[in-house]
Design a protein around this ligand. Structure first.
Ligand code: HXC
Length: 529
């Protein structure tokens, strides 16, 4: 300290060296979060700290922090005596594979990562920067929810975030990783974002926890059963990815980012690609069984068509009768939606419809061309489906495809029956190129069902009703269970061999890369939610 005289009064003034020391001390204090003991407790739970997660996510040395010295302003319940620099969330920007991203990472070691007024302000600040600069936001969530001691200002902080999540939707990609508790209204920020990842055994999401559930509904349920990664990746579909551990979770985020553009004005990424021969894939000619009722896994078709090892499945364990995910075709990033006959014969039900609809809308928001692989016997009948609004949910998929303006290509690999033919990116709802394989069956319904309806009287009065039915089934099959009726009408642009499909698709997407399509002027549509 140096002593100086000002207006005859002496005062001590820190030297620059001392000021540098103070900055160093504050920086060190901020890095400690809630202290060594709480960091150890975090590690004991198999969880990384907020800063360790950021370190894993971003390119080495690229992180620049914002709001490192922010402190809460609360005074009640002893908070005036407890201050931690950063206030429970680490925020800033950096790069992932040299591309700019904004990140916030909640620090469970500070008040359990709970969200205070200032904690929320820090998140809002980087979301605003992300919007102005057109880059993705990644949220690493690990929080006990609203900072209970702060009351309504904490709720206000959540709402400020929800509002920005909504305005940013469709402008910049938003990815949420849930790496710890996520309870109460806190779940709604991740829910508005584009993708949620959860870590098995250490994360959960629910509106109310097991204790409240027990009080209200008398159900006994553990946190894991109620809202763990397993539950949300299979039963509810709330999470898109269930990750074995935090490292896998961070790797999934990085991989996901590699398929998506920075913002809605940007093109989807395209990697350099060297064409290999005529790009034919002979193995695809033997994937579809001769018996049309025998299942096969649509993922085999996808693996055969996409660039090797490029398929990145989304929502893998939810509504497995439809497969969605990103892939590359000749280096170009594409979104794939495929009915999967390996599960429930590939039927469309309410979960499959909403799963695919959300994926289609993400791809359309962010200029990612869509490839649809179709093998669908129709919509699933039954009271469960009807009472749980298969009509409204199926309409979501119809709406999502109809509204999509990105390049859209369909390949009918086998069945395309009933309303599902229309829904699955048919020519009539705006698909650009529609192909069918020679074993495609495109009709209102299967031959047996159709014959039983339209020839009921003739069959009932026949001398041998079973033989008559078979005769009608054979007749209907010959007439309709093929791709040629649709091809004669131009509903299918070309009937192609499976082995030549990759080449055709590469050319089609190249041909469509400058596609311009606009929707009628409106405020926004009214998707059947
Ligand atoms: C303030 C909190 C807190 C919170 C945890 N802590 N949650 N502080 N507000 N919401 C503090 C604890 O006091 C403790 O402080 C430290 O964080 C770690 O918490 P523990 O309970 O020791 O950890 P653990 O056993 O792992 O349990 C974690 C937990 C539990 C399951 C999250 O803490 C919990 O149930 N918290 C309350 C969850 C909740 O009901 N939140 C409000 C939801 S309503 P010390 O000093 O001991 O380390 C909501 C409304 C939002 O969020 C609405 C938006 C629309």
């Amino acid at each position: 300290m140096s002593e100086e005289s000002l207006n005859g009064r002496n005062y001590t003034r820190p030297t620059n060296k001392e000021k540098y020391e103070l900055l160093k001390k504050k920086n060190e204090e901020a890095l400690e979060g809630g202290g060594k003991e709480r960091i150890e407790a975090q590690h004991k739970k198999n969880k990384l700290t907020a800063r360790e997660r950021i370190h894993l996510l971003l390119d080495e040395g690229s992180f620049e922090e914002t709001g490192k010295f922010v402190m809460h302003r609360a005074k009640d319940f002893g908070l005036d005596k407890q201050h931690y620099l950063g206030d429970g969330v680490v925020t800033g920007y950096g790069t992932v594979n040299n591309r700019l991203v904004y990140v916030f990472s909640q620090d469970f070691t500070v008040f359990g990562g709970s969200l205070s007024e200032t904690h929320a302000e820090k998140i809002v600040k980087i979301m605003d920067l992300a919007m102005k600069n057109g880059a993705p936001v990644i949220g690493l969530n690990d929080s006990g929810g609203a900072r209970i001691q702060e009351g309504v200002v904490s709720l206000g902080g959540y709402a400020d975030i929800f509002y920005r999540n909504t305005l940013a939707s469709g402008v910049i990609p938003q990815i949420s990783a849930v790496m710890g508790p996520c309870a109460g209204g806190a779940v709604y920020s991740p829910a508005i974002t584009d993708f949620i990842m959860m870590v098995e055994n250490t994360s959960y999401m629910f509106v109310t926890g097991p204790n409240v559930v027990k009080t209200v509904t008398q159900e006994d349920v553990t946190a894991e059963e109620l809202g763990g990664a397993g539950t949300h990746s299979t039963k509810s579909g709330v999470t898109h990815f269930s990750c074995a551990n935090e490292v896998e979770c961070i790797n999934y985020i990085k991989r996901l980012l590699s398929y998506v553009p920075q913002n809605c004005e940007d093109d989807a990424p395209q990697l350099p690609y060297q064409v290999q021969g005529d790009e034919s894939r002979p193995a695809l000619d033997t994937v579809i069984p001769d018996n049309p009722n025998q299942p096969y896994d649509m993922r085999e078709v996808i693996e055969g068509l996409a660039d090797e090892g490029s398929f990145f499945e989304v929502h893998k364990n939810f509504a497995e009768n439809i497969v969605v995910g990103f892939a590359r075709l000749g280096g170009r990033s594409i979104g794939i939606v495929g009915n999967n006959p390996a599960f429930l014969a590939g039927v469309l039900d309410r979960h499959a419809s909403t799963k695919a609809a959300r994926f289609v809308r993400f791809c359309d928001c962010f200029n990612i061309p869509l490839l649809v692989l179709e093998d669908v016997p129709g919509f699933l009948p039954g009271t469960d489906q009807e009472w749980n609004a298969i009509i409204t949910n199926g309409a979501k998929l119809l709406y999502a495809f109809s509204e999509a303006t990105v390049p859209r290509v369909t390949v009918i690999t086998r069945k395309a029956y009933g309303g599902a033919y229309d829904v699955m990116n048919s020519k009539h709802i705006g698909a650009d190129m529609n192909y069918a394989w020679p074993m495609a069956e495109i009709a209102v319904m299967g031959a047996r069902g159709a014959s039983e309806i339209i020839f009921r009287k003739e069959i009932a009065t026949a001398e041998d009703p079973e033989a008559k039915l078979q005769e009608k089934v054979d007749d209907y099959t010959n007439k309709f269970a093929n791709p040629y009726r649709a091809a004669h009408r131009g509903y299918v642009d070309e009937v192609i061999m499976p082995s030549e499909t990759r080449r055709k698709l590469m050319k089609a997407f190249k041909m469509l890369e400058n596609k311009v399509a606009t929707l009628p002027r409106k405020k926004h549509g009214n998707i059947p939610l």
